[in-house]
Design a binder for this molecule. Structure first.
Ligand code: HEC
Ligand code: HEC
Length: 384
């Protein structure tokens, strides 16, 4: 009983408290404070400076919102096409062909060539071998912007890969040579520090070479035979069976949808007009900077940047280069003859800009990169 009364009393008290609270709130906020605030705001709005400020603030807000939306658009994946939309029916119709799974070469000469390739006695200071710059565990190159040859002299250009050179039609960045043998013959003086004639006389003093050349070549150690053995070994350095090649051979599950979309973009943007054939390059000479002036933008132009002009002296050939192979490009940074692009993304963006006049979204760059990564094949095993 007593509790019930107390309860009622408390309830009434609580109601009363609520009422007064509500009333005071209404009076102060709605009847006094709000009209005053509103009036003040209205007065402020009459002032020109403030109005301008508000307009500016609005514009700034809109810009920030726009930027945020743009970034979101860049980051959210666009719908990928369906498998059926990018299905490729036969590699016969594709601009890129797979690397043969095997090549028929004289195994003994491959072996001899391999030994020469790794032998630092072929250099003037006995410190540099072909392998120092063209490493089998680094995609056939050395991941340096410039490499150091005999006597520590740096190369003028970035070291290209020796993998799959059998499928190139032009050699050197500037396309100076049309055969592998001519390319190898020209290299000695610049990177090994002495002309081939001297290297050959050095080899003639080494009994192990006298013996193995004697078995394989009727005329023993001669310049053409040394070059021949090295060239045969170079031709054995192929990287078959990349995922992209498996795809070209009809295994449509070898690539993810994103990688296939990257390949589609690679074709539709027109990269494939220059990078094509078995090596996804290696068979054309093209200007670097078809659309924009890459060299002016980069600055610091050296004679090596003149490209094929150095070979022909013709003005039309200035800044013309051999289109490099994109096989294993994933594992051979840095990129370009000047080694200026540190990442594949950078190289793709530069290519799109200066060869095709496109500014690619990060998303398209990423997809093309994913496709290029599928060109990494099996690393050649050592012949020994
Ligand atoms: C000091 C580093 C270095 C050494 C050592 C070296 N190379 Fe190279 N190699 C290069 C550079 C740099 C180029 C590019 C030259 C150019 O384009 O002017 C190149 C290019 C090549 C190419 C042409 C690739 C192409 O697709 O055009 C072949 C093949 C090659 N080297 C084989 C060899 C052989 C064989 C040896 C040993 C006799 C050798 N290299 C030693 C740095 C080196
Ligand atoms: C007009 C011909 C042409 C077109 C189109 C073209 N490229 Fe190239 N690409 C070249 C040439 C030439 C080079 C060598 C540049 C140099 O001298 O360093 C090259 C170099 C590259 C390299 C560096 C390779 C290396 O080992 O250093 C990559 C990666 C590349 N291109 C990707 C692409 C992509 C992706 C596209 C399409 C967006 C494309 N290219 C379009 C001609 C072309």
């Amino acid at each position: 009983m007593r509790f019930a009364r107390l309860d009622r009393l408390l309830q009434r008290l609580w109601q009363r408290l609520q009422q007064t609270l509500q009333q005071t709130l209404q009076q102060t906020l709605w009847q006094r404070l709000w009209p005053r605030l509103w009036q003040r705001l209205w007065q402020m709005l009459q002032m020109r400076r403030l109005r301008r400020g508000i307009v500016l603030l609005g514009l700034l807000g809109a810009a920030i919102l726009g930027a945020l939306l743009w970034q979101r658009w860049q980051l959210t994946p666009l719908a990928l096409p369906t498998q059926a939309e990018i299905l490729i029916t036969s590699s016969q119709n594709e601009p890129i062909q797979p690397i043969p799974l095997q090549v028929a070469l004289d195994a003994n000469k491959v072996h001899l060539g391999e030994k020469l390739f790794a032998d630092s006695r072929l250099s003037a200071d006995d410190r540099v071998s072909c392998l120092s710059c063209h490493r089998l565990d680094q995609g056939g190159a050395d991941r340096q912007v410039r490499s150091l040859g005999a006597h520590g002299i740096p190369t003028q250009v970035n070291t290209p890969t020796v993998f799959n050179v059998a499928y190139n039609f032009w050699f050197s960045w500037n396309g100076k040579f049309e055969t592998l043998e001519a390319q190898i013959e020209a290299l000695a003086k610049s990177v090994m520090g002495m002309p081939w004639e001297q290297i050959v006389s050095k080899l003639q003093q080494l009994p192990d070479y006298v013996q193995s050349f004697g078995v394989l070549y009727t005329d023993g150690i001669t310049l053409p035979n040394v070059i021949d053995a090295i060239a045969i070994y170079q031709r054995s350095l192929i990287t078959p069976n990349s995922r992209f090649d498996q795809f070209l051979r009809g295994d449509y599950t070898a690539l993810t949808v994103e990688e296939k979309e990257g390949y589609r973009l690679f074709k539709s943007y027109g990269c494939v007009s220059c990078h094509q054939g078995i090596n996804v390059g290696g068979n054309l000479l093209q200007k670097f900077g078809e659309i924009g002036d890459y060299f002016v933008d980069r600055g610091n132009i050296t004679p090596a940047d003149y490209g094929r002009y150095q070979v022909t002296g013709s003005e039309n050939d200035r800044f013309v280069f051999r289109v490099p192979s994109l096989r294993n490009v994933e594992i051979t940074p840095p990129y370009f003859h000047d080694g200026s692009a540190k990442t594949l993304e950078d190289a793709i963006a530069i290519m799109a800009k200066y060869q095709l006049g496109h500014s690619l979204s990060p998303q398209h760059i990423r997809r093309i990169e994913r496709f290029l990564n599928t060109l990494t094949g099996e690393t050649p095993r050592s012949a020994s």
